[in-house]
Design a protein around this ligand. Structure first.
Ligand code: IMP
Ligand code: MG
Length: 200
């Protein structure tokens, strides 16, 4: 299967260039799933995808998970159509599943200021789960404004605006199979890194 994977892409008038390719994504996702398989060996976790951005990552991650598991979705909006977080969270869809007493694994595409994930962890804890873990494909640690513990991180990236693999710019670009970075020449675009503590 060949996905849509150009080198550069114009999205809503902004130019983006390739940042994390398909091979890097696939390899890292297999590693993350391996960690989850080990950590939840005797459990039946429920993955909660945070819509919209997490749907591509969740779909790929889940297909490498070998423990019995379930899935549900929660929908939040924080960015509006801008490249910076709006600073407030809007809840657009609650869970359908009852997670009381369950091992919940929250799945995000990216943790930026931490606002959305901090809010999500609080909302899930109200539902009295047995445990809550946080998985994010990307983390921008320098952008943190609301601290939240992240248990599994795919890649740490500088404070850059990225696109693709579920992530959008004004709702477009989610269909890109790889991750792109905005090419405006002004930002630190150093490479993504796999956090030391995550290399199990
Ligand atoms: P936070 O609440 O500031 O941590 O932002 C988290 C949400 O904003 C993520 O779930 C994404 O949907 C979106 N977001 C954050 N950074 C980016 C980005 O670089 N590109 C696209 N969406 C982003
Ligand atoms: Mg999101």
């Amino acid at each position: 299967m060949t996905f849509y994977q150009p080198e550069t892409v114009l999205c809503n008038g902004a130019l983006f260039r390739l940042y994390i390719n398909k091979e890097q994504l696939d390899k890292r996702i297999v590693e993350l799933a391996g960690q989850i398989n080990r950590d939840y060996e005797d459990k039946k976790p429920i993955f909660i995808g945070i819509l919209n951005g997490a749907f591509v990552f969740l779909a790929d991650l889940m297909r490498h998970v070998t423990v019995p598991c379930e899935v549900d979705f929660f929908k939040l909006s924080s960015y509006g159509d801008e490249k910076v977080s709006s600073g407030s969270v809007t809840e657009l869809k609650d869970l359908d599943a009852d997670v009381e007493g369950r091992h919940v694994i929250l799945i995000e595409d990216i943790v930026d200021t931490g606002l959305s994930m901090r809010y999500m962890v609080g909302r899930i804890k109200e539902k009295k789960p047995a445990s809550v873990a946080v998985v994010t494909l990307l983390h921008k640690p320098d952008a943190t404004k609301h601290y939240v513990n992240v248990d599994y991180v795919g890649f740490q990236i500088p404070t850059l605006f990225v696109l693709g693999y579920g992530m959008d710019y004004a709702q477009e670009g989610r269909n890109l199979a790889q991750i792109y970075v905005i090419d405006d020449g002004s930002e630190d675009s150093s490479s993504p890194v796999i956090p030391e503590h995550a290399k199990k």
